[in-house]
Ligand binder design. Structure first.
Ligand code: SAM
Length: 200
């Protein structure tokens, strides 16, 4: 899977749909969560930083974690003295960072992680008390969303109620879902949800 993202990295930001999803997710996060100047935020599966760089101006710091070095190189190349994202190449599930954050955001990365329950447990460990998660991904789909095939895709979207249970079992509360946008492709609709929750 990482090779696939390494290969895609250079042209990632040219994808209109990717930019549209990231922007919609950002707008939905900003309308639901107060992003404040004292906050350190983690962007899980940050890729080239399409979401993280939208959040960065409003908070103290954004740290982007990803498994793909090439995606992270693209993200790091966008850093300016005024607007920065720190990048870390790591698998959060097996290589925890030695710091915690006020919140974790993520867009379109969770379906690439096999064990969703373990991911939420890892999220919880990286969040301060009363911190939040704001995680966007596809609603359950029939496997046709990824037109290049489903290599590295462990979940064909998510059932919102099952995901709520997974998050609650991992120690999150106030779980809410919002539809960030709906992608229309070849006559089919693919809604993208934003799930927000707070650490118990
Ligand atoms: C579909 S891309 C989304 C990138 C970015 N969030 C965006 O919206 O453009 C999914 C990203 O998740 C990363 N990823 C997948 N599994 C991961 C894991 N276990 N830890 C960190 N990153 C992961 C991939 O390398 C890839 O860059």
């Amino acid at each position: 899977m990482t090779e696939r993202f390494d290969r895609a990295a250079e042209n990632w930001d040219k994808g209109d749909m990717r930019r549209f999803i990231a922007e919609s997710v950002f707008q939905t996060i900003a309308s639901r969560i107060a992003l404040l100047g004292h906050m350190d935020i983690l962007d899980f599966g940050c890729g080239t930083g399409l979401l993280g760089f939208r959040i960065a101006p409003q908070v103290r710091s954004v740290t982007g974690v990803d498994l793909s070095e090439k995606m992270l190189e693209q993200a790091a190349a966008k850093n300016t003295p005024q607007l920065r994202m720190e990048t870390v190449c790591a698998d959060l599930l097996n290589e925890p960072l030695d710091r915690t954050f006020e919140g974790i955001v993520s867009s379109m990365a969770m379906h690439h992680v096999e064990d969703t329950a373990a991911l939420f447990r890892a999220f919880r460990k990286h969040i301060k008390r009363d911190g939040f998660v704001a995680i966007a991904d596809l609603d359950a789909e029939d496997g046709t969303f990824h037109s290049h095939g489903n290599e590295g895709v462990f979940h064909l979207g998510f059932d919102r109620e099952k995901l709520r249970e997974t998050a609650e079992e991992a120690g999150f509360s106030n779980v809410r879902f919002h539809t960030a946008c709906t992608i229309e492709k070849e006559g089919k609709n693919y809604p993208v949800f934003l799930m927000t929750a707070t650490k118990l």
